[in-house]
Design a binder for this molecule. Structure first.
Ligand code: ATP
Length: 472
């Protein structure tokens, strides 16, 4: 059972490469760990997901506007945010096989196995605690490497900052250190007054941003699930203190509903409320929207009550007053922030895994991506039954007329069955086939990817039909 489940990811990875969704980065040089390039269908799918999110956040709310802040920011930003001191994980290296582990993962693994690998019972901390003090209780030098099995090969845990460091300008010295942002949120916080004043916003209001973030993850993996370079879709919502708890619930529900609208199976989604111990240093309360991947339930989006932590810290570190003033009541306060933070690449993995299906059609196995038409990379495949009698020309003309409506592709080569299969595999919801009857009555076959129903429709009605189907 477990084996069958695991292989869905392998199948998705292989489909992504075969059909041009995702390629390994720098493949001709042997690839670069955890980095991926998005091919023609991948970038369409990713753009569609991003566009839908953007539309949902900005266009459909009159009090949310967008921002695109720089990836490189003043290094003090990351001191204020707590990332320089807090964005660290204690790591343990094996001197023998060079494997690297999160110290906490080893402790959890040992506890799960109830096998202490040469360590005394009392050495294993009773609670899952990540701080170095607790980890110091363990006699790491005597432990066994879980990867190569060598005893006495592990180092003591060492702190490791997850931020990518670089140098601004030609001189590599401490004064020129900058970081690639590990989250997009801080660009919004430091700009919040600029945005609020220029867009004439009043609390409650939100600022949305999509952009790259970088984390030198210790354990990247599961294809595009956890990578060191990724994209976040974040919305920071500024509210009056006291209103924060109600807004957190509202955004949790709205974001959950948005995945259902994407067509994700409801039983594969759930909400996980953070316990006291799980909460990040800035958060008062938080929910994760989780999806059941073949490798288990995992976070897809975080909805956090970040309180006034970030704005207060930026006030302290920059010396600028970032409080909010209400003219009528003369009230002054530092806004609380409710954050919705989703991974774009991770959302793409969710929709691919969720849409992946195999069935049998006319006695032949078929692979199909049952993507919601709104996000499918192409909406209509247009085929001519044979490559003669003027049929390809008619198909090309149909494609030309449909291009202003949606993304289409034409394919006149090979058997029609094979062409339908290709269209199913890239998740194209509808296929149009031009055949001999078309020459007589200007009608074509319209095939549905999911129901496999085929109906005859008039060519001149196609733009209207497709437009209506896409609006459903
Ligand atoms: P995780 O526990 O999975 O590392 P996190 O709690 O650190 O995630 P957040 O900081 O809340 O994640 O980031 C918000 C969202 O950004 C996550 O829900 C996820 O979708 C995405 N994300 C975070 N780290 C990565 C990564 N390394 N690769 C891809 N997406 C990521």
């Amino acid at each position: 059972m477990a084996k069958k489940k695991d292989s869905v990811i392998d199948k998705v990875v292989s489909l992504c490469k075969r059909r041009g969704f995702v390629f390994q980065s720098s493949e001709i040089y042997g690839g670069l760990g955890s980095c991926w390039d998005y091919g023609p269908y991948g970038i369409e799918l990713k753009n569609n997901l991003q566009d839908l999110w953007w539309r949902e956040m900005t266009q459909l709310h009159d009090n949310i506007v967008g921002l695109d802040a720089a990836i490189l920011m003043h290094p003090r930003v990351w001191e204020a945010s707590g990332h320089v001191s807090g964005f660290v994980d204690p790591l343990v290296d094996c001197k023998q096989c060079k494997a690297r582990f999160k110290a906490q993962d080893l402790v959890d693994g040992w506890r799960d196995k109830k096998k202490l690998d040469g360590l005394a019972d009392g050495d294993i901390p009773p609670e899952s605690e990540g701080d170095l003090e607790t980890l110091k209780l363990i006699r790491w030098g005597e432990a066994v490497c879980p990867n190569c099995g060598t005893r006495e090969s592990l180092t003591e845990p060492r702190l490791f900052n997850l931020m990518f460091k670089t140098f601004m300008g030609p001189v590599e010295e401490a004064a020129s250190v900058t970081y690639l942002r590990p989250e997009t949120a801080q660009g919004i916080y430091v700009n919040y007054q600029n945005v609020m004043n220029t867009a004439r916003l009043k609390i409650p209001f939100g600022i949305a941003q999509v952009g790259k973030a970088f984390r030198n993850e210790i354990t990247p993996g599961n294809f595009i699930f956890r990578t060191r370079e990724f994209e976040q879709m974040e919305m920071q919502f500024f509210v009056k203190p006291g209103d924060d708890e109600a807004w957190l619930e509202k955004w949790r529900d709205e974001r959950f509903a948005s995945y259902l609208k994407l067509g994700i199976k409801k039983e594969k989604l759930r909400i996980h409320e953070h316990s006291e111990k799980e909460l990040a240093h800035y958060a008062k309360a938080a929910y994760d929207i989780e999806y059941e991947f073949p490798f288990g339930w995992q976070e897809l989006e975080g909805i956090h009550n970040r309180t006034d932590f970030d704005l207060k810290r930026h006030t302290e570190f920059s010396g600028k007053d970032l409080s909010y003033f209400v003219e009528q009541t003369r009230e002054k306060f530092t806004p609380y922030i409710i954050e919705t933070s989703a991974g774009l690449n991770r959302t793409m993995l969710v929709v691919l895994v969720d849409a992946y299906d195999e069935d049998v059609q006319d006695g032949e196995p078929r692979t199909v991506l049952r993507l919601h038409p709104k996000i499918a990379p192409t909406k209509v495949g247009i085929f001519s039954l044979v490559k003669k009698s003027g049929l390809p020309e008619i198909a090309d003309k149909i494609a030309q007329d449909l291009r202003p409506v949606c993304a289409v592709f034409t394919d006149h080569q090979g058997s029609i069955g094979r062409r339908y299969r290709r269209m199913d595999e890239i998740g194209t919801p509808w296929g149009v086939t031009v055949d001999h009857q078309t020459l007589e009555d200007q009608s074509v076959t319209l095939r549905d990817r999911d129901t496999l129903a085929q109906e005859r429709v008039n060519i001149s009605d196609l733009p209207k039909i497709i437009r209506e189907k896409l609006a459903e």
